[in-house]
Design a protein around this ligand. Structure first.
Ligand SMILES: C[S@@+](CC[C@H](N)C(=O)[O-])C[C@H]1O[C@@H](n2cnc3c(N)ncnc32)[C@H](O)[C@@H]1O
Length: 219
């Protein structure tokens, strides 16, 4: 299947699930239909995100606990754990979580199936570092504030949240996705939930599209 075909398939599948009021159901289908072949999952790189790698190489604080949102196949969770963080990593897809455990059988990461829309209350305000890479943009606009609120609520006071996302102009009100890139109006919602933007840098995907790398601190 060409990239174009695979994008159309994903857009159709996501749209079907979103219309049924289940914006997260299609992820399990993608992972389970991949038959353990990562090449069948368009967002999988099998390597840690470069922004996270760079951030960790410059990090001089204490290693503490970290939460990985929508961890996919686990590469970001593993590098955090190797750097010394005590890592919990979750994904709504049980197939993805089992795949992480199979890829990293000796890992100390606590891999769990969990849904951002229904997280354990014990996680509230618990994590010194929350890593969110490309999950918000994978969910439609009508749940955006709910997702941002859920992610924000897990950061400990004075803790750090790192976000990686594609961006769109504020004027684009109905982007076609997934992914549905974020605009500044949406990113400003983090401040509503107690986080202050501390740093933003730009990078580029291998297709040349702009990627925003954001650091927030919890008040
Ligand atoms: C585009 S992928 C990104 C995966 C990984 N973060 C990365 O950058 O490679 C989005 C991930 O978020 C997960 N996800 C989507 N909705 C979720 C939810 N409600 N709760 C937890 N995980 C979710 C998907 O299963 C998928 O693994």
């Amino acid at each position: 299947m060409s990239n174009l075909d695979s994008q159309t398939t994903i857009n159709n599948l996501a749209s079907e699930y979103c219309q049924k009021g289940n914006p997260t159901g299609w992820f399990e289908e993608i992972y389970s239909q991949a038959n353990q072949n990562p090449a069948n999952i368009p967002w999988v790189n099998l390597s840690p995100n470069p922004y996270l790698t760079k951030w960790l190489s410059q990090y001089s604080g204490m290693t503490s606990n970290a939460l990985v949102v929508g961890c996919g196949l686990g590469d970001d969770a593993e590098i955090l754990q190797q750097t010394g963080f005590n890592v919990t990593a979750f994904d709504v897809s049980t197939t993805a979580i089992n795949w992480c455990k199979k890829r990293f059988p000796n890992s100390e990461v606590n891999y769990l199936t969990a849904d951002l829309f229904n997280l354990p209350s014990a996680w509230q305000n618990q994590f010194n570092l929350v890593w969110e890479c490309r999950t918000i943009q994978a969910l439609p606009l009508d749940v955006r504030e709910k997702v941002i609120q859920a992610i924000s609520s897990m950061v400990k006071p004075l803790g750090t949240l790192l976000v990686v996302t594609h961006s769109r102009d504020n004027e684009v009100t109905s982007p076609i996705g997934p992914p549905w890139p974020l605009n500044d109006l949406e990113l400003n919602l983090f401040s509503k939930y107690g986080l202050t933007e501390n740093k933003r840098t730009l990078s580029y995907s291998n297709k040349g599209t702009e990627i925003l790398n954001l650091k927030y601190l919890k008040n």
